[in-house]
Ligand binder design. Structure first.
Ligand code: NDP
Ligand code: DGY
Length: 325
């Protein structure tokens, strides 16, 4: 019996490829960069499955090039690079990787909060520049994280893991979302605020929503203007939730104190971008889930989703459950 064809857009970590190769015929993009869209469209014609990354746009045009596609499996929890409605309309199940990355991503959010608020990047630059001559009573003073008020925008799986860290730091934790989470309020002791209230009351703010039309530029000039001048903004979601130009202005003018960014718009952010040159902006290249164990777990879960989709089983983690009717 001939095996179904699966297109894999990038070599994943761990042993995911071995599982895929045992069950399917595999076409792998071997290069150490994302596959260009036209090469993916050319490769996917006869494929029943697509194993992709968050750098691959899975849109209507690509789906038109893949009439036999039954499953799209992304090695990410975020699905903003995939047209979910178009997949559903074509009967294609979409797999993603929730939960396995919550704690690692929350660690990264907290690392960014600490680094930006306590000016660790500036401290490292200072040492490297040979400027550290003596202890100074007012050298690189930042603001406190412990005991402050943390505002989380998007109290989902990742947001709740961030909240638990905040509580461990003795912080008062506020959150906002489209609907209240009474169970999280009861179990964690987090407090709901509308967005404007959260921005005004929080000492530090973390964005942890998906990127959707509604969350695009959720943090714009007006939102930044509501934050405290001592506040740090952390973005762990997608770059597009924050207006980069407005953020650069707010950081330059002292409207807010600092930013810690795991994700940027544009992404990758060019070295000449105004945000990159700002001492009070601590940027890392989308490392949220980047521990060895977590990336292996994401790769394995994405493989499990793919293989279930090939055999017509319900995906372990499906991003468009409406595809099952
Ligand atoms: P969840 O779906 O569990 O949580 C998302 C939360 O955002 C929900 O609480 C949701 O609540 C809220 N939300 C959605 N829309 C809005 C809105 N318009 N205003 C306010 N809140 C909103 O997702 P995860 O926690 O698993 O992941 C969230 C996102 O984080 C991912 O989609 C991904 O883009 C990003 N991510 C980034 C990582 C990285 O490496 N930087 C790693 C992991 C995730 P409600 O529906 O009630 O509004
Ligand atoms: C995701 O999974 O959506 C992250 O951005 C990468 O882990």
């Amino acid at each position: 019996m001939t095996k179904a064809l699966v297109v894999v857009t990038r070599r994943p970590p761990g042993s995911a490829l071995e599982a895929i190769e045992r069950a399917a015929e595999m076409w792998l993009w071997e290069e150490d960069r994302p596959i260009p869209g036209d090469r993916l469209a050319a490769a996917i014609g006869d494929a029943a499955g697509l194993y992709c990354m968050l750098t691959d746009a899975v849109d209507e045009a690509l789906l038109r090039a893949a009439p036999g596609l039954r499953v799209v499996s992304t090695m990410s929890v975020g699905t903003d690079h995939i047209d979910l409605d178009a997949c559903t309309a074509q009967g294609i199940a979409v797999g993603h990787t929730p939960d396995v990355l919550n704690e690692t991503t929350a660690d990264t959010a907290f690392a960014l909060l600490m680094a930006a608020t306590r000016r660790l990047g500036e401290g490292r630059d200072y040492v490297r520049a040979g400027e550290w001559q003596r202890w100074e009573p007012e050298l690189l003073l930042g603001h406190d994280v412990h005991g402050s008020t943390l505002g989380i925008i998007g109290l989902g799986r990742v947001g709740q893991a961030i909240a638990r860290r905040g509580l461990g730091f003795g912080m008062r934790v506020l959150y906002t979302a489209r609907r209240r989470r009474p169970e999280a309020e009861a179990s964690l002791g987090v407090v709901y605020r509308d967005l404007d209230g959260l921005l005004a009351e929080s000492d530090h703010v973390v964005v942890a929503t998906p990127l959707t039309p509604e969350t695009t530029h959720l943090i714009d000039a007006a939102a930044l203007g509501r934050m405290k001048p001592t506040a740090t903004l952390v973005n762990i979601s997608r770059g597009g939730t924050v207006d980069s130009d407005a953020l650069a202005v707010a950081l330059q003018s002292g409207e807010i104190a600092a930013a810690g960014l795991d994700v940027t718009d544009p992404e990758p952010i060019p070295a000449g971008h105004p945000l990159v040159g700002l001492a009070n902006c601590f940027i890392v290249p989308h490392l949220g889930s980047s521990s060895r164990a977590t990336r292996d777990a994401m790769a394995d879960l994405a493989a499990a989703n793919l293989l279930a989709g090939l055999t017509g089983e319900r995906l372990p983690e499906c991003a468009n459950p409406e595809v099952y009717g």
